[in-house]
Design a protein around this ligand. Structure first.
Ligand SMILES: [Zn+2]
Ligand SMILES: [Zn+2]
Length: 321
């Protein structure tokens, strides 16, 4: 089966542009363009498949913010090679130096590409929540590298842990080359250290994995998440001035994106709470909860709903303890 998929993808590669934007198709970063989505923001809108040999591990939305004198990178992907490929695409648009890198959270698909940037810019500051720095320093980077080596058939070979070195905690306002970045953290949401980055001049917001377009929120690493906290984060940021939203996965868009993730999370919590109060165990409520979330049936990872329900169930149980 894998061989067949590989063969089909290789055939398609000849006509790459035809499927370059199809988020269903596994693809490595070279096949997807760096697209301008606002005056300063450019994004490689990645595929939704988990890291695999065909994608060479690529699955997030690496981005560049271009200013007059420099380039700011957000979440440079899951390997050194992906970080370098991102820079290659940036170079086609700007010859200005990379002045800052931001990591939204510790999940490996978002930041293992730091190495590809640091190799060319050894002094560049890499910003992240201070708790992410702690988690990387206590060994989480090595765990992600091992996992992605296995998932990709060693396609991320040579990638080393290059963690962030400038800690933030949310609430900071940074001015970088005339551009204002407002940093947000509303408590535990997708992880205990998510950073959301607001590009004030463009009314744009990098949401990290707190939202994903057409993907079940927190379905990949639910053990890190607070579903209730994710609701708080989305509600809070929807009250802000941003009108353009860059999710951790899937296509960027307007308010409809965070609104859809919020609706999913609110319906999910309400349904699990209802059946919890009726005395059902998590494994007994899967069918009813799925039925109540039927409008999201075609989202990525909807088939992981059973796993997600059990984490929401534990959260509700702890709140009622
Ligand atoms: Zn994540
Ligand atoms: Zn992710």
């Amino acid at each position: 089966m894998n061989k067949l998929v590989t063969a089909v993808v290789m055939l398609c590669a000849v006509h790459a542009p035809v499927w370059a934007h199809d988020p269903q198709t596994p693809s490595s970063i070279e096949h997807i363009p760096l697209e301008r989505i606002s005056p300063h923001i450019y994004v490689v809108q990645g595929t939704q498949d988990l890291p695999n040999p065909v994608s060479r591990g690529f699955m997030n939305n690496p981005a560049a913010i271009l200013t007059d004198n420099g380039v700011i990178i957000v979440d440079p992907g899951s390997s050194a090679e992906i970080g370098k490929e991102l820079l290659k695409k940036v170079r086609a648009l700007s010859d200005k130096p990379v002045v800052a890198v931001f990591n939204t959270h510790v999940h490996g698909d978002h930041w293992l590409g730091n190495q590809g940037i640091r190799e060319l810019y050894p002094e560049v500051p890499i910003y992240a929540h201070e708790r992410m720095i702690e988690r990387v320093n206590t060994g989480e980077g090595a765990v992600w590298i091992k996992q992605f080596m296995e998932m990709t058939g060693n396609a991320i070979e040579g990638t080393r842990v290059v963690g962030p070195n400038v800690g933030l905690s949310g609430g900071e306002v940074l001015t970088l080359d005339g551009l204002t970045l407002r940093i947000h953290h509303t408590g535990r949401a997708h992880t205990d250290h998510d950073l959301m980055i607001e590009v004030v001049d463009d009314a744009g917001l990098f949401f990290g994995d707190i939202i994903a377009a057409r993907r079940v929120p927190n379905s990949d690493v639910p053990q890190d998440a607070s579903f209730k906290g994710s609701i708080t984060a989305i509600r809070t940021l929807l009250e802000g001035p941003s009108t353009l939203f860059i999710p951790g996965h899937g296509q960027s868009g307007g308010r409809e994106l965070p609104e859809a993730s919020l609706r999913f999370l609110e319906k999910l919590r309400a349904a699990v709470t209802k059946y919890y109060e009726q005395g059902l165990a998590d494994y007994e409520m899967k069918e009813q909860v799925s039925a109540e979330l039927a409008e999201f049936r075609d989202w990525h990872n909807f088939d992981e709903l059973g796993k997600v329900i059990s984490y929401v169930y534990q959260e509700i149980e702890a709140e009622n303890f």
